[in-house]
Design a protein around this ligand. Structure first.
Ligand SMILES: *Cc1c(COP(=O)(O)O)cnc(C)c1O
Length: 399
């Protein structure tokens, strides 16, 4: 049968057609009034998308570049950094903090789980200068309680809170300013529906002040330089111009989803991801499968365990070869133990029902056992119908 290539990976995600069109013929020079207008309006849009009054930056790098910038700009060698880690992306924070010579403390929980707040409180001594965490750990599908963590951090220390929300933005609602998230990070290839290549962030005044005294080396990622340039509608170096055109179109689409408001559109996008995630969790369970992160599942993606005794790699391969559906295997030591289906960004009902229908076929082929076709799809449809009823009543979905 004909196969259409479809990405179900938690980054890169499917591209918004309007964003692809916007970037295809884009050829503006970056030191022009025209581009400065686009640059400034995109920055204002990103600010509303994040939901903050803090200054935002959009940089030419993947998400990890901004993660690195948050370490190099906010710490000096020897500073105590507290890293909260629950997966491969938490481990990336450990690597970054060590690379810049921080004295690293960590709170670590097994893959698939989230933190116990008391364990974090115990490590929040007065000498901790910054706390690093993910909003959603994309390697396991877990969502962390950023509001709870922020409260603890600010009640127990003067530390800055840095949140990798690269798959959290657009799948979770954050109250960045009132919770006191000092540095929040996003990436273009996730919920914003455009190609990889832009990292973005919002930075609080205490974090900007910290940069004046920290001593870690930085040059390309000297964020103070970027802030000065951004105030004039420019970036310090050559920006990824065509990606700005794409981002402008994506933000317009988000605004349309919100009836003209980007922040309402972001809430709609979060709700969309929640419904897709709820459908997927119900579908996977109805197919007899276990969720890898059942205690605190994110709306960004769902990690599902293969049937006992089977390797998820065989399922990932079957999804791709038979249906053109690219789902993600586990990362690192988790390879073979899960497949991950994304919900962040440009996914709809048909995508989600489709991938669950494919899952039923994949299970039949890979296990060689009888599968009750339709069980996963039916469970997903019931979740969708329920969410639609809730919406009709004007209430929030319970998903
Ligand atoms: C995708 C992702 C990143 C960034 O990865 P890049 O490849 O640098 O864009 C970081 N953290 C999380 C949680 C992610 O999902």
């Amino acid at each position: 049968m004909l196969r259409k290539n479809r990405l179900f990976t938690p980054g890169p995600t499917p591209l918004l057609p309007a964003a692809q069109t916007a970037m295809a013929s884009f050829a503006m020079h970056h030191r022009t009034a025209e581009f400065r207008a686009l640059f400034s309006s995109v920055l204002a849009g990103v600010k509303e998308f994040i939901g903050t009054q803090n200054d935002v930056l959009v940089l030419a790098c993947s998400g990890t570049g901004v993660m690195e910038a948050s370490v190099s700009n906010l710490t000096s060698p020897g500073d105590k950094a507290l890293v909260l880690t629950a997966g491969k992306f938490g481990e990336r924070w450990l690597g970054l903090a060590k690379a810049f010579g921080c004295a690293v403390e960590s709170v670590s929980v097994p893959y698939g789980q989230t933190f116990v707040l008391d364990e974090i409180a115990a490590k929040l001594t007065g000498d901790v200068s910054a706390v690093y965490v993910q909003a959603t750990e994309s390697s396991t599908g877990v969502r962390h309680d950023i509001e709870g963590i922020a409260k603890l951090v600010h009640a127990n220390s003067g530390a800055l809170l840095v949140v990798d929300a690269i798959t959290g933005l657009g799948t979770t609602n954050f109250d960045v300013d009132s919770w006191g998230v000092d540095f929040i990070i996003g990436g273009s290839q996730k919920a914003l529906m455009i190609p990889p290549g832009l990292g973005y962030c919002a930075i609080s005044e205490p974090a900007w002040a910290r940069m004046e005294t920290t001593k870690s080396p930085r040059y390309y990622f000297d964020l103070r330089k970027e802030r000065k340039a951004a105030a004039k509608g420019e970036s310090a170096y050559t920006p990824a111009t065509s990606l700005f055109a794409a981002l402008g179109a994506a933000l317009e689409y988000v605004a349309e989803m919100g009836g003209g408001s980007i922040s309402a559109g972001r809430e709609a996008l979060v709700h969309n991801a929640e419904v897709c995630a709820g459908m997927t969790r119900a579908g996977a369970k109805a197919a007899g499968l276990k969720l890898f992160a059942s205690a605190a599942p994110s709306a960004a993606l769902t990690a599902v365990e293969p049937p006992a005794g089977f390797d998820s790699g065989a399922m990932v391969k079957e999804f791709r070869e038979r249906f053109g559906a690219v789902v993600a295997n586990g990362q690192g030591e988790m390879k073979g133990q899960m497949f991950r289906i994304a919900h962040l960004g440009y996914y709809d009902y048909l995508d989600t029902v489709g991938v669950l229908a494919a899952l039923e076929q994949v299970l039949a082929t890979v296990t060689g056992k009888a599968v009750e076709f339709g069980a996963a799809v039916r469970a997903a449809q019931e979740v969708f119908a329920e969410a639609s009823r809730d919406n009709g009543r004007g209430g929030n979905s319970k998903l």
